[in-house]
Write a protein that binds this ligand. Sequence first.
Ligand code: HEC
Ligand code: HEC
Length: 397
Amino acid sequence: MKSTIFKFTILIAAFGITITACQRWSAAPPEWTSAEITLLQTLWLSSLPELSPDASNAVADNPRAASFGRQLFFDTRLSANGAISCATCHQQERRFTDGLQKAQAIGTTARHTPSIAGSAYSPWQFWDGRRDSQWSQALAPLEDKNEHATNRAQVVSLITQDGTYRSQYESLFGPLPDEKEPDPFLLNVAFANIGKSIAAFERTIMPTASRFDEYVQALVDADAEQQRKLFSDDEVWGLRLFIGEANCMQCHNGPLFTNHEFHNTGVISFPGDVPDKARVSGVQEVLANEFNCKGPYSDDPELRCDELDFARTGPDLIGAFKTPSLRNLENTAPFMHKGQLATIADVLQHYNEAPDSMIGHNEAKPLGLGSRELSQLESFLGTLAAPVTGCDSHATR
Ligand code: HEC
Ligand code: HEC
């Protein structure tokens, strides 16, 4: 009898908690405090500083280099089979992703295609940060056997033989190396210059203001009517969870919703895939890369390479991937480094459970949110959708 009463009490208590929780998430959200508004302003696109110059790339902000780089980005002749360009996998209509789990070109890549939008702000490129600039990154897919599968000599030869490319190149960088007997160092210089032009184009691919950014503007303006027009109650509750209980801002912070750091969030590998060591291998690779910030192909005479000098490694970075931006998630499914999770709802479910990592330690803690709260978080993430720049016009070949 005693135990029945006890169970009954627990049942009532649980019921009570459920009612409070439901009331809490379905009621009109409270006003934002000024401290919260200040916090929200750190996520605002208007807080994004101007892109700092890249001293290692003398043409980083040269519009002629960007135009040359854009032509190269879409040119399928820069591949072994004449059918692959950067845009095969980084498709503008999908926010520069491809809709696949692992990317496919001449072969299948080990990981999922990330967006390029805003990645010029990141000190590290690739999911494991194995390159330290966009220009050195751009050289990797050209020679990757699963991607463009070409090589530096063929790429430089194409530029030399195509009259319009040749004149664009030479007006930016001076004469191309002798085609018949290229000096290996000069060949590398030319190859690096091609990467630097592509990077100049990529620096123009940026997110634009979303409904979330307009909402923050309305908060700053204390315009309640505009706030109600812009955000539903569910979206406001979702944002409250994002900056509060769901702890997303631990890693997805700043105007691009990323700290540009590496974290293990326990995303499981596909059966048959060896668990990915990620950042721990990426650090070794970037330090050894001939095109890194300290290498002979940097344009910075002072070789200022703080990021590389202070690159962190250690056991806590086993299985740690670069935090992706959360702007423009629409049209970019599937998600995570191998596209393991098909939908945003799956991603949120993953965070809610925070399973043990197969390798290293999952830094995220289980959230224990209800389905209503998860859907509110999802609604909020939808408010970050907006077009990206750099897509309007391009030369296709
Ligand atoms: C076969 C598809 C494919 C092609 C072709 C391709 N990429 Fe990628 N790209 C990927 C994949 C997959 C990754 C992530 C790989 C990894 O992290 O291990 C990636 C990563 C990147 C990144 C890093 C973004 C970030 O935030 O870390 C940039 C920038 C990029 N690619 C630009 C380019 C450029 C420029 C070209 C053409 C020279 C190109 N890609 C060609 C699939 C492709
Ligand atoms: C400990 C750091 C950390 C926390 C906390 C965190 N994330 Fe992430 N997030 C990451 C990393 C790292 C990845 C990439 C993981 C991978 O690919 O294996 C990621 C990936 C994602 C993606 C997939 C994006 C894409 O383009 O593939 C979404 C969506 C996302 N997180 C949303 C959230 C939300 C919402 C929260 C809060 C509930 C959250 N994250 C909490 C670090 C974190």
